[in-house]
Design a protein around this ligand. Structure first.
Ligand code: SF4
Ligand code: SF4
Length: 298
């Protein structure tokens, strides 16, 4: 059994407690316009092209059998309609200007990479984080991987939108030590408008899962999620939840911009800037009278 993985990031410090290795699954059921990992959205491989790294060696032009590499007014572009995503041009691009996002990997292959840093997990209280994409869209494979990690004595966290019915996600969650779940918007219609999906399952799962420690997070997007009304409604929902470690307000991450360019994908948030420290603190202050622990930023 194999699965498409976009990246395995070692020494990750922001994807849960301690030192972690984060495994990014490819394929997501939401379409948040501000997503900073656009290469993880589609469930099939994607060709990414970074012109700033290109040394104009021309090798990709000859490697591509369908002529998808084109010079247009002196500019090297890719005809995405012609590209068959075979990955041949990425294999000969030594400048790493061409990268295929999405590699078929087995549980054993991932486990081998993950086990390299076990000593660091043990020393720091870290482990593995299964992320994406949306890991719950790949429950069977993810559950096998999580089980294999546990057999090696490695703790497992998931980063998820919790958007699928509980019966579907139970096989994976029974192998998980920590859930880091995003609830972007409290209002269902607003949630549908900005993510493409209802938040009904997310809210139901957040309220009904009581036996696994949880961190609930909201990415702060100006004028959409970052409103007093939205943040107070979500924080209010979490009051009294005994397995909640904290509610986290995440600053906008602008690092996805170059990935959108590399995929020739539209980025409607290319001009959005992260909030400064003072502004982030002010969001935390908005929730000071609600009886939950709030963490602001990373
Ligand atoms: S192979 Fe890579 S470095 Fe060479 S022209 Fe193509 S993209 Fe540029
Ligand atoms: S991935 Fe394959 S089809 Fe697409 S541009 Fe590269 S060589 Fe051509």
């Amino acid at each position: 059994m194999q699965h498409l993985i976009t990246d395995i990031q070692r020494f990750s410090l922001n994807d849960g407690p301690g030192i972690r290795t984060t495994v990014f699954f490819k394929g997501c059921n939401m379409r948040c316009a501000w997503c900073h990992n656009p290469e993880t959205l589609s469930p099939s491989p994607d060709l990414m092209f970074y012109p700033s790294k290109c040394i104009s060696c021309g090798k990709c032009f000859t490697a591509c059998s369908v002529g998808a590499h084109i010079l247009e007014n002196g500019l090297h572009i890719i005809d995405r309609k012609l590209c068959k995503k075979c990955g041949k041009c990425t294999e000969i691009c030594y400048a790493e200007a061409l990268v295929m996002s999405g590699r078929e990997m087995t549980v054993d292959e991932i486990l081998f990479e993950v086990c390299q840093d076990k000593a660091y997990y043990d020393a720091s209280g870290g482990g593995v984080t299964l992320s994406g994409g949306e890991v719950l869209c790949h429950t069977d494979f993810a559950a096998k991987l999580a089980r294999a990690c546990h057999e090696e004595g490695i703790r497992v966290a998931v980063e998820t939108n919790l958007s699928l019915p509980y019966d579907h996600i139970r096989p994976l969650l029974s192998e998980v030590d920590l859930i880091m779940a995003d609830l972007k918007l409290y209002d269902e219609e607003e949630h549908k408008k900005h993510t493409g999906l209802s938040n009904k399952n997310t809210i139901e799962n957040i309220l009904s899962i009581r036996d696994i420690p949880m961190i609930i997070r909201t990415p702060l997007i100006d004028g959409i999620t970052a409103t007093k009304e939205n943040l107070r409604a979500i924080a209010g929902l979490l009051e009294g939840k005994e397995n909640l470690i904290y509610y986290q307000l995440l600053n906008f991450n602008p690092l996805g911009a170059s990935k959108y360019e590399s995929l020739d994908a539209a980025n409607s948030f290319s001009n959005l800037m992260p909030y400064n420290e003072e502004e982030m603190s002010a969001f935390g202050e908005m929730l000071s009278d609600i009886n939950i622990r709030v963490k602001v930023g990373e």
